[in-house]
Design a protein around this ligand. Structure first.
Ligand SMILES: [Fe+2]
Length: 266
């Protein structure tokens, strides 16, 4: 795939492990990415985790809440907000909108037949859009059209991937040696037909002026949150932290680090 849209390195005011923590659980969307609340179901136990040696993966399905407080129109609006977090969804939205329009009556009221949800419509729109571009997705399941799988390769590589797109995040100790700083490297990839790949290739960017790079919405929110997390961790009153089920990947990450540190000290 071709780096599209971004290939960015920037120093951050947080330890490199804070970056890994920030991409290892989904429930922080309540406080940090509130616009995603209508499209990601945070019911406990819905996210799945898997561990492979020191590495791991997790997936939280896009599963729009079908409750009284979230109407069909609000669910559709939630899908429209997705490009703020997953920019490539923007190219799927025109087909998605066409499919939604078919299900409005003469007064514009939206209703779906039994078994159809905004999730299944998004999956179908994604499959049709990628196929029309020339990407063969026939071997991929419907959930791979919609759900982002987060892969973590120990110690410092994170990638979120689904059909046709991936974003990678790497975090490095800062060359100054200051444990309160790090450097992150973010790269966005997208499948493109061969004839247009060169045209959309992202140029590497080194950001030297804080808050000067226009990250897409969700990354900007994480970018602003991580230095605050660092300050919280440096709070002298902090003795220990209790982690919940959704933070299983964080617990695993720090357990592996502790093991390496203990081995080194031995
Ligand atoms: Fe985040």
């Amino acid at each position: 795939m071709t780096p599209v849209g971004m290939d960015v390195r920037e120093a951050l005011d947080c330890n490199w492990k804070v970056v890994i923590d920030a991409f290892s659980e989904g429930y922080h969307i309540i406080g940090v990415h509130p616009e995603l609340l209508s499209v990601i179901d945070l019911e406990a136990g819905n996210s799945r985790h898997g561990f492979f040696g020191d590495h791991g993966m997790a997936v939280s399905p896009f599963e729009v809440k079908r409750t009284a407080e979230c109407s069909l129109e609000e669910q559709v609006e939630g899908i429209r907000s997705l490009p703020g977090t997953f920019p490539t969804v923007a190219e799927v939205l025109p087909r998605f909108e066409e499919m939604v329009a078919v299900h409005r009556d003469a007064d514009g009221v939206l209703s779906f037949p039994e078994g159809m949800t905004v999730r299944t419509l998004l999956q179908q729109a994604t499959r049709e859009t990628l196929t029309a571009k020339g990407l063969d997705v026939s071997a991929l399941a419907d959930d791979q059209m919609s759900d982002n799988q987060g892969w973590f390769l120990f110690p410092n590589f994170f990638m979120t991937i689904r059909a046709g797109e991936a974003t990678t995040i790497m975090a490095y100790p800062h060359p100054d040696g200051d444990p309160n700083k790090c450097v992150w490297h973010v790269t966005a990839y997208m499948w493109l037909p061969e004839e247009v790949r060169a045209q959309y290739r992202a140029q590497p960017v080194e950001v030297t002026e804080p808050n000067s790079y226009p990250y897409f919405l969700a990354l900007q929110q994480d970018y602003e949150q991580m230095p605050r997390q660092q300050q919280g961790l440096r709070n002298k009153g902090l003795d220990h932290m209790s982690l919940i089920h959704e933070e299983l990947s964080i617990a695993r990450f720090h357990t592996v680090i502790d093991r390496y540190l203990a081995d080194k000290a031995a």
